[in-house]
Design a protein around this ligand. Structure first.
Ligand SMILES: Nc1nc2c(ncn2[C@@H]2O[C@H](COP(=O)(O)OP(=O)(O)OP(=O)(O)O)[C@@H](O)[C@H]2O)c(=O)[nH]1
Ligand SMILES: [Zn+2]
Length: 314
């Protein structure tokens, strides 16, 4: 049988088949996942093959294989083993909620987030929320940012989770897909999910990972079926997308608008910082690349804003 993993609680997995039957499954014996050093071989969103077995009148499943993932997101283990924990797999899209104020979302945060989702190969849509509450000047800022990110290729929608403005557009984009929602605390994730599917109570509330010593909180991602053929993966207590380990040389690969331009740099190993005849710096001077994007790029290269890695990903 083939099914989709909806929930994982350590040793047991909730797996649902195409026909909608749900089984509790476990993993048979030693189960290795090629190429991934992770503490958990199977995660929410995985497609698995399993066989049923009956013990004491109870029917459970035994997972014997896992289908290739199109993508997955990880979290570094808290311990020092450097092992990663796969939070979820096969995510079709992530909606990043952005607010201009209350709370502010800085472009440095947006850009770091996008670098991560680019590295993970996950499509990202920017939702500018709370447009009902903005002044004319703030709306201009939304328009400017939407213009910047659209010109790179990211879809942008101005929404109001509170009044319902453009929530239908978000729903239409979710149809037939597995989606996640991300953004700073207070941007309106719960309000939006509630507007999309009233009654679905996600635990999107942020729980600090830096819990006090000895205290052991374990939280698990979970997938939910919505009423209109859409799925949401909820990751309670996980600050979403930790930054992937990257070499300096590869960071520009995750700035899509740099791609065609950087071919014209004098040095093919140009980092676009101090090098002469750098096509990227020229493009910034000519406003062909947004200065805010270049500034984010430089700060990632220079390893600044380290706190974004731990504090601001949620
Ligand atoms: N004016 C306005 N307020 C909104 C909108 N969406 C959310 N809010 C308000 O913003 C506050 C935070 O919303 P939440 O939905 O709790 O935000 P969250 O992202 O889920 O926050 P965490 O659970 O802390 O991660 C609440 O007071 C909401 O009523 C909106 O579109 N317009
Ligand atoms: Zn260059």
């Amino acid at each position: 049988m083939i099914g989709l993993v909806y929930k994982s609680t350590g040793s047991w997995y909730t797996v649902k088949t195409d026909l909608g039957a749900t089984y509790l499954c476990r993993i048979k014996g030693k189960f290795r996942l090629q190429g991934i050093r992770s503490t958990n071989p199977i995660a929410v969103g995985d497609v698995v093959e399993f066989e049923l077995e009956t013990k004491n009148d109870e029917e459970t499943g035994v997972i014997h294989s896992i289908h290739d993932r199109k993508n997955y997101i990880v979290r570094k283990s808290v311990n020092l083993s450097k092992q990663t924990h796969v939070i979820a797999a096969n995510i079709d899209q992530v909606f990043l909620l952005v607010t201009i104020d209350n709370p502010p979302t800085f472009t440095s945060f947006i850009d770091r987030f996008l670098v991560t989702t680019e590295a993970y190969s996950i499509k990202t849509v920017l939702l500018f929320n709370k447009i009902d509450a903005y002044s004319k000047e703030t709306l201009d800022e939304v328009r400017y940012l939407a213009h910047v990110y659209r010109s790179i290729g990211y879809e942008c929608i101005g929404i109001s989770a509170e009044t319902g403005k453009n929530v239908d557009k978000v729903k239409a984009m979710m149809h037939g897909k597995v989606s996640m929602f991300a953004g700073h605390s207070g941007v309106g994730k719960s309000t939006l999910v509630n507007a999309i599917e009233p009654g679905l109570d996600l635990k999107t509330k942020e729980i600090s990972v830096q819990h006090s010593q000895g205290q052991h909180t374990t939280t698990f991602a979970e997938m939910f079926d919505l009423s209109f053929d859409a799925k949401i993966i909820d990751t309670p207590g996980i600050k979403g997308f930790g930054v992937v380990d990257m070499e300096k040389e590869e960071i520009s690969d995750y700035f899509p608008e740099f791609f065609a331009i950087k071919q014209n740099c004098k040095f093919n190993n140009c980092l676009h910082i101090e090098e002469p005849k750098c096509a990227i710096k020229d493009a910034v001077d000519k406003d062909e690349i947004a200065y805010s994007r270049y500034r984010s790029y430089v700060s990632i290269i220079e390893g600044e804003d380290e706190h974004y890695r731990t504090d601001n990903y949620n």
